[in-house]
Design a protein around this ligand. Structure first.
Ligand SMILES: Cc1cc2nc3c(=O)[nH]c(=O)nc-3n(C[C@H](O)[C@H](O)[C@H](O)COP(=O)(O)O)c2cc1C
Length: 195
């Protein structure tokens, strides 16, 4: 088969953007009395049972040290209503001494692990234990973690799946494209097996 006519080349440095629109998450952690949160678009599920996730946390982030120190991290899924917070915590570093919770005026709460801040106003939360793999982190900034507890906002996540509609418009998850531009899921499409 010849190439479809609508095929356009993508510059390799932008190739990741083709797969970039899974839900953006807020990664939070705490260690020795410091807590912090940052945005991460590069996060994905990795396994069913036990449930695992993978997330890229750059070595230059302040959050990275908290994760490595504590061996724990939380993922909170932001939504349209708190898109500005998502961009803010992903644009400012706590390395500069900023307390992002105070500066951007959002709250956190505890789930199972009292030390892990879960971000208020999000629509889902996963507490995770980092699986030790120092070479992976050192080489690729990649952290694999087992999910130890999870919660979701039942207005939009019920019976094991998302239910986004106009009544809960602000609770749609955020999917980062680039430069602070996001889209959020609108149309539900139920595919059927052919035949
Ligand atoms: C939408 C968005 C997505 C981002 N995704 C990632 C990511 O996947 N991994 C990463 O290391 N940094 C990512 N960043 C950048 C960090 O969130 C940013 O460096 C943050 O300021 C780090 O905060 P900290 O130094 O206080 O930990 C993203 C930023 C934004 C705005």
């Amino acid at each position: 088969m010849s190439r479809p006519p609508h095929l356009a080349p993508v510059d390799l440095p932008q190739a990741y953007r083709l797969m970039n629109h899974g839900p953006t998450v807020l990664v939070s952690a705490s260690y020795e009395g410091r807590r912090n949160v940052m945005a991460a678009a590069w996060a994905m599920p990795l396994d069913f049972d036990p449930p695992k996730v993978a997330v890229v946390v750059d070595k230059n982030t302040f959050t990275r040290g908290l994760i490595e120190g504590s061996g724990r991290l939380a993922l909170s899924l932001p939504c349209r209503d708190n898109a500005d917070i998502c961009l803010a915590v992903g644009s400012v570093s706590a390395k500069d001494g900023v307390d992002k919770f105070a500066r951007f005026g959002f709250a956190s709460f505890s789930g199972q692990d009292p030390a892990l801040p879960l971000i208020d106003g999000c629509v889902a939360w996963l507490e995770c234990r980092v699986l030790p793999d120092a070479p992976l982190a050192a080489r690729h900034d990649l952290f694999l973690a087992e999910v130890t507890a999870a919660w979701a906002d039942c207005r939009v996540f019920r019976q094991g799946r998302w239910h986004f509609d106009e009544a809960t418009d602000g609770l749609r998850t955020l999917h980062h494209l680039a430069g602070g531009a996001f889209f959020s899921p609108a149309d539900l499409l139920q595919a059927r097996m052919p035949g």
